[in-house]
Each structure stands twice: as structure tokens, then as C-alpha cells.
Design a protein around this ligand. Structure first.
Ligand code: 5AD
Ligand code: SF4
Length: 478
């Protein structure tokens, strides 16, 4: 280990210890408060956005639990927390809408505390608006100082003022904070934070900062601990996992990291997202093909099928390169399930450009494609482009794309109809006695079962494809 990385680790260990001391201080306060009120204290935590947010919410939930608050689903709680997203305008509007509702709840219960954090809070105009229009919000922090939550929470208990703590960036990765996992048998694992790609429509690099990879040792330690604790499926998370490890003192490739994880006992399935097509290496394809644990599913955002649009988007691949990559992946891993993200109505997109997107969708045989209407994000290069596509034109293209995607997806995913697949049983569906499991291809299957199956791998006969999910029958399992 080099001197530099030793220094970074010591710094983070010190920070973890510091935060633990704030947890203890906050515990004392909450015990007193709970005694006075004669009831347990409660919190409600809602997460908007991606799996990275889900993962970071687990840290906040873990700290709240340690401090002595009980989680509940309804918002008439002592503390209401939102982990926000800002990737598209809709996400922001949802938060503002819900803040209006929280205001009326707080009128009834003035002791209620409101906490906002995450990506949306990294935007100066948002914080400005919260200061002015929503002064009843107690605490606002961003994406870089989530590890400081215990400290900020303790501060909030002693302050009448709105506390705002936003960092512009960080090079710290704080390990070993308490977490409250959503599932006992599967878990997300952050392998990197931030993004350096600056796709011209995307706000993520501005709100999540520069790319930072965790040390492989820290990731391995976390996955081993999870596996020992009963987790058999991990999802490695990063904005661009294919560039994992490039900025480490001792660089490691993503494929090498996967190989290091392969032998961990108890681990059965490895997933990852998101892959950027420009960085997906042959080494990774080979590693996936020979691995016994990496699921045969790749999320490979296309964004647009037009080489001209891709260039303006700053994606650094073109239509031909993307199609060639898909072909190489399918040759090496014939049963791969591919999913993608597509943006419709990017500035300057013409009908011809859009036809190119339809063409790629028809050729790639995606199992699922997530389609988005382009959303103008402040301070991104695309927001300043003059040739914005009118809403009605974008919407009409969006509907055409959606119809194609659904049709192709149905055709593609029905390929498993009649086969027997291993599924990890995840939860009971809304219908009692009907359970939901997931195949390695990330396809959902509903079948009759019982609670003892939760978290287990079982064989299920896929009777009928219903588009994005299957109806199945549990096979005799030994
Ligand atoms: N407008 C619409 N969709 C966007 N995405 C990212 N930024 C925008 C935007 N400004 C989509 C991309 C990305 C997914 C997570 O969100 O398709 O892959
Ligand atoms: Fe956004 Fe592009 Fe980074 Fe993905 S790779 S987070 S789309 S800038």
C-alpha cells in the first residue's frame, strides 16, 4: 500500500469514529425526547431516483435506527426525510409538490422535522428556493456529505434555524457507516461515485462530482461481510462501472474487480450497472462469458441511434460502434439479456435522427428499454442549445418509440416461455400467496408459493409471458 492511500484510509477511519460519536450524542437526545413524549420516535424516509440513491438512503436509515428512531411508511412522523433526484425536471416537481403537503402536516405538528438531501440539493437555485419558499424545512444537505448525517442531525436537534450544508465536491470516501438494508438476501454495493463523462444533456456530473472509485479491498471486504450475513446477490453500482479503477493509486480494471469477487463464498449472483458503451472492454465480455456468477444481463444505455445526435450528446460512440459492440456481446454470451435507456427529443433531433433510433431498437432486440422525454437541465450544454424540439413533436415520437419498444420487448422476453429457470424469490406480491422472483436475466416471475421461499433460489416453470413478467409454476425443488 502506498503512503498516499494509507493517508486516505486513516482519514476516513477517523471520520467514521467522529460520526459514531455524534450518533451517541444524538442517541442521548432522542432517548430523552422519547421519554418526555412517552412513545417511540418515528421517521419516514422516501427515496427518489436511482439505485445509488437507494443505497445511500440505506446509510441514512441505518443512522436513524442507531439513533433510536423507528421507521414508518406514513409521513405523520417525527422526522420526514427525502432523498432527492434531479436527473429530469419531473423528479424536482414531485419534491416541491410533496413539500406543500408536508407544510400542512407541520402546521398540525410543529415539532415535526423535515430533512432534504441528495442530488437536487446540489443545485444552487433549488437551495435558494427552499430558503425562500420553504423555510419550514429543517435540514438540507447534498450528495458529498451524506457520511456527515449523524453530525448534521445532532446539530438540527439543537437549532431553530434552517441548516444548509452543501459541499461542491469531495475526494473522501467514508467506509463502514451503519446501514439498514432493504433486503436480507440482496444488496447494492457502491464501487464508485460521480461521473466524468459530461454527456451534454446530463446533470449528474455536476451534482455527483468527479469520478472516484473505492479501493478493491474495501469492496471485497463489504461483499464478504454481506455474503457472510446471508446476501447471495450483489448489484455493483456506479454511473459508469466500465471505467472503474482508472483513478486509483494502483489502477484495477472492472473485469479484474469482478474476478476478485467471483470466489467469495456464499455469493451466487453478481449484477452491475450502469455500463457506458464507450468503455465496455473485450476483457469484460470475456470475464462475463466465463464467470459462473455474473448474471447474463447488461444495461447498455443507447440514448440515441443517430451518430450525429450521439456526437452532440458527447457520448463518444456512434451507431456503428454500438451495433458492433452488441454483436460482440451476443456472440460471446448468446443468452444475454440487454436493456437500455433512450432519450427522445434531444435538441436538434430530426425525424431522420429519430428513425435511426427506431432502427437500432429493431436491431438490438432489447428485453426492456427505458424511454425518456428529453428534459432541459440547468447549466448543462444541451440546455443552451437553440434548436430545442417542440414538446408535441417529442411526445409524438416518444409514443411511437414506446410502441416499438413494448412490442420488441414482448417478443424478446417471451423466448423463455415454456422453460424452467432458477429464480431468486424476492417478495410476496400484492396478491396473497403469489410470490415474485427474478431470473438471472432480470425478468420477473410470479408464482404460487409460501414465505419459506423468500431469499431462496428455486426452479420455476415459466408458463406464460405477460410482457414484462411471467406467470410460472414452482417445480419440485429438492
Ligand atoms: N433528459 C431526459 N433523460 C435523461 N437522462 C439523463 N439525463 C436526462 C435528461 N436531461 C436519462 C438517460 C440516463 C437515465 C438514467 O436518465 O437516459 O441513462
Ligand atoms: Fe450522465 Fe453520461 Fe455520466 Fe451517465 S455517463 S451519469 S448519462 S454524464
Amino acid at each position: 500500500m502506498t503512503k498516499e492511500s494509507q493517508k486516505t484510509n486513516t482519514m476516513t477511519a477517523e471520520e467514521t469514529a467522529r460520526q459514531n460519536s455524534f450518533i451517541e450524542l444524538a442517541q442521548t437526545l432522542s432517548a430523552q425526547k422519547s421519554n418526555t413524549l412517552g412513545r417511540p420516535l418515528t421517521y419516514c424516509l422516501t427515496t427518489f431516483g436511482c439505485q445509488m440513491n437507494e443505497k445511500q438512503s440505506e446509510v441514512v436509515a441505518g443512522i436513524m435506527d442507531e439513533i433510536g428512531y423507528h421507521r414508518q411508511d406514513s409521513e405523520d412522523a417525527d422526522v420526514v426525510i427525502y432523498n432527492t433526484c434531479t436527473v429530469r425536471e419531473n423528479a424536482n416537481l414531485k419534491v416541491y409538490g410533496r413539500l406543500g403537503h408536508l407544510h400542512s402536516l407541520k402546521d398540525k405538528n410543529p415539532d415535526m422535522q423535515i430533512v432534504l438531501f441528495g442530488c437536487m440539493m446540489q443545485e444552487p437555485h433549488v437551495v435558494e428556493k427552499i430558503r425562500k419558499t420553504y423555510p419550514f424545512v429543517n435540514l438540507v444537505f447534498g450528495t458529498h456529505n451524506i457520511f456527515k448525517f449523524a453530525e448534521l442531525f445532532y446539530e438540527m436537534q439543537q437549532s431553530e434555524q434552517q441548516i444548509v450544508d452543501i459541499w461542491e465536491g469531495t475526494d473522501q470516501i467514508v467506509e463502514d457507516l451503519p446501514t439498514e438494508r432493504n433486503y436480507t438476501f440482496k444488496s447494492g454495493v457502491n464501487i464508485m461515485f460521480g461521473c466524468n463523462n459530461f454527456c451534454s444533456y446530463c446533470i449528474v456530473p455536476y451534482v455527483r462530482g468527479r469520478e472516484r472509485s473505492r479501493e478493491p479491498e474495501a469492496i471485497i471486504k463489504e461483499v464478504k461481510r454481506l455474503a457472510a450475513d446471508g446476501v447471495s446477490e450483489v448489484m455493483l453500482l456506479g454511473q459508469n462501472v466500465n471505467s472503474y479503477g482508472k483513478t486509483l493509486e494502483n489502477p484495477v480494471t472492472f473485469a479484474q474487480l469482478l474476478e476478485m469477487l467471483e470466489d467469495i463464498e456464499g455469493l451466487k449472483r453478481i449484477r452491475f450497472m450502469t455500463s457506458h458503451p464507450k468503455d465496455l472492454s473485450d476483457e469484460l465480455i470475456e470475464t462475463m462469458a466465463k464467470s459462473k456468477k455474473i448474471c447474463h444481463h447488461l444495461h447498455l444505455p443507447l440514448q440515441s441511434g443517430s451518430s450525429r445526435v450521439l456526437k452532440v450528446m458527447n457520448r463518444r460512440y456512434d451507431k456503428e460502434k454500438y451495433l458492433d459492440l452488441v454483436e460482440r456481446i451476443r456472440t460471446a454470451i448468446p443468452d444475454i439479456s440487454l436493456t437500455t435507456d433512450i432519450i427522445v427529443g434531444f435538441p436538434g433531433e430530426t425525424e431522420e435522427d429519430f428513425q435511426e433510433t427506431l432502427d437500432v431498437v429493431a436491431k438490438c432486440e432489447y428485453d426492456t428499454a427505458f424511454t425518456f422525454l428529453y428534459s432541459k437541465r440547468s447549466d448543462t450544454p444541451a440546455a443552451a442549445m437553440e434548436n430545442q424540439v417542440p414538446q408535441d413533436v417529442a411526445k409524438e415520437r416518444f409514443n411511437r418509440l414506446l410502441a416499438l419498444v413494448q412490442n420488441e420487448g414482448r417478443k424478446r422476453s417471451s423466448r423463455f416461455e415454456g422453460s424452467v429457470q432458477e429464480v431468486l424469490v424476492e417478495e410476496e406480491s400484492k396478491e396473497k400467496g403469489i410470490f415474485t422472483g427474478r431470473t438471472q436475466y432480470n425478468l420477473l416471475v410470479h408464482f404460487a408459493g409460501d414465505e419459506s421461499l423468500l431469499g431462496k433460489y428455486v426452479k420455476v416453470h415459466l408458463d406464460e409471458c405477460k410482457g414484462f413478467y411471467y406467470l410460472g409454476t414452482l417445480e419440485e425443488n429438492e
